[in-house]
Design a protein around this ligand. Structure first.
Ligand code: HEM
Length: 210
């Protein structure tokens, strides 16, 4: 089985769980509160900022990685722009405990096998498949769209399917060892679980404070 087929199949249960979380359902139902959405962007900003810095380091140590995770897949600047659109300074974002734990787990996984970072990246880039649809649903609810606020959820526009197909081909053709592939699958599962935990923590906090 190819690496990308493995990643999809072996994380299918985690995807189903992540998709079912109340915050995701509120987004897909077009009923998410602005405060929840902005906090989700804040947590993702903190994650992408560190992840992308680490992936840049990985490209220096392993130059072939630069051709797999291209600059146009990076999201830190899209997240910063969305946050500013909502009047939130990116530098003011603070991690929830679940985000802090996830970043610690990513560091530990990358220390054991740096290729784990590609498993983490797979989850966030793959999430753009559903996020385009989610973006269309939340736009009217939040009064966002052309003016801004959706750059993270829909960074690629009509290019999304093509970019995803090309990313998958590059991953499959890179010839990663079975050990590296196992590390990526394990990191992808961990990432899905963390995304669900962060969604839940954020959703409960905002529900409790309103
Ligand atoms: C309501 C929320 C969500 C919906 C409706 C949704 C929907 C989808 C859809 C339709 C696909 C494309 C499946 C295909 O073409 O075979 C997809 C793929 C994917 N989604 Fe989601 N998704 C949601 C949430 C998430 C979340 C929260 C994450 C993680 C952050 C995520 C990560 C992924 C990944 C990694 C893929 C690529 C799977 C693969 O082909 O390897 N999704 N999603």
């Amino acid at each position: 089985m190819s690496l990308m087929a493995r990643l999809k199949e072996e994380t299918a249960a985690q995807h189903a769980h992540a998709e079912s979380r109340p915050l995701e359902q509120a987004m897909v139902g077009g009923q998410v509160a602005r405060e929840s959405y902005v906090e989700l962007l804040a947590q993702r900003y903190l994650i992408h900022r560190e992840l992308e810095e680490r992936v840049r380091g990985l490209r220096v140590a392993h130059p072939f990685i630069a051709a797999i995770v291209e600059d146009q897949l990076f999201q830190e600047s899209n997240l910063a722009a969305d946050l500013r659109f909502f009047g939130r300074e990116p530098e003011s974002c603070r991690p929830l405990p679940s985000t802090r734990r996830f970043l610690e787990d990513v560091r530990a996984a990358a220390d054991q096998n740096p290729m784990s970072l590609l498993g983490v990246y797979y989850v966030f880039e793959g999430s753009k498949n559903g996020a385009r649809f989610v973006a269309k649903r939340i736009a009217p609810a939040l009064g966002v769209g052309e003016a801004g606020g959706l750059r993270y959820l829909d960074p690629h526009g009509d290019e999304q399917r093509t970019l995803w197909r090309e990313f998958k081909a590059r991953m499959d053709n890179a010839g990663f060892s079975p050990t590296d592939q196992d590390a990526m699958v394990s990191a992808a599962k961990m990432t899905f679980d963390a995304v669900s935990a962060i969604d839940d923590e954020l959703h409960q906090r905002i529900a409790a404070s309103s």
